[in-house]
Write a protein that binds this ligand. Structure first.
Ligand SMILES: [Zn+2]
Length: 208
């Protein structure tokens, strides 16, 4: 029904999380009928994702591409943060929600996903070996990690991942906590409000 370029736009955009084909079609016509400046800015923003972003070598959060070769993000590189605590999140947007709650001043670790409820295999792409390395080694600016907070969503996938991590981290003699009450079952960390998350951080419980 639509000309090929519009169809291609819809095919690509409907692969994005939360966007279906109808919304993608609406976007296509909104962009097409809008100002050229909007299209230019969108192109620039996409290019920026491709070329101007680096990944922190320690916590795997994103950072602006450094022309001076820095490989640590502004959390890992900040001496004012508490370098004895690591908060483990599934994804970057969860980290952003926790940071916005204003109740956490430690470091982070972006796992890059969760275990699947359908597939029993251990996902290979999760940054779990890197987390262990961080706790074991002195890559942490010489400071010992004392607590790891598992800030994973309160879902079946989040539980599976947390239980696996608890077993993995136990021999490292580090305190392991999970977000406490307030985060209802099934809740995604990303969409929790600041107050709830702040309470869940305060009420975090040590895992047995
Ligand atoms: Zn970092």
């Amino acid at each position: 029904m639509y000309p090929k370029p519009i169809k291609e736009f819809i095919d690509n955009f409907s692969k994005l999380p939360g966007i279906g084909p109808r919304q993608a079609a609406r976007l296509a016509f909104w962009i097409l009928n809008g100002e050229k400046k909007v299209r230019d800015n969108l192109k620039k923003a996409l290019e920026g994702l491709e070329h101007d972003i680096d990944i922190c070598s320690v916590c795997f959060f994103t950072m602006e591409h450094s022309r001076h070769g820095e490989d640590k993000c502004h959390f890992c590189d900040n001496p004012a943060r508490d370098h004895k605590m690591i908060c483990v999140t599934e994804k970057e947007t969860d980290l952003a929600t926790i940071e916005k709650s204003g109740n956490y001043k430690g470091l982070y670790h972006v796992l890059g996903g969760l275990f699947s409820a359908l597939d029993t295999a251990i996902p290979k792409n999760l940054k779990m070996p890197e987390l262990i390395n961080r706790i074991e080694s002195k890559k942490n600016g010489g400071k010992k990690i004392e607590e790891v907070i598992l800030a994973l969503s309160s879902t079946h996938e989040g539980d599976l991942t947390a239980h696996y991590l608890e077993r993995l981290l136990k021999p490292l003699k580090v305190k392991i906590t999970r977000l406490g009450r307030g985060l209802p079952y099934g809740a995604d960390v990303e969409f929790a409000d600041a107050k709830t998350l702040s309470g869940a951080l305060d009420g975090r419980k040590e895992t047995k």
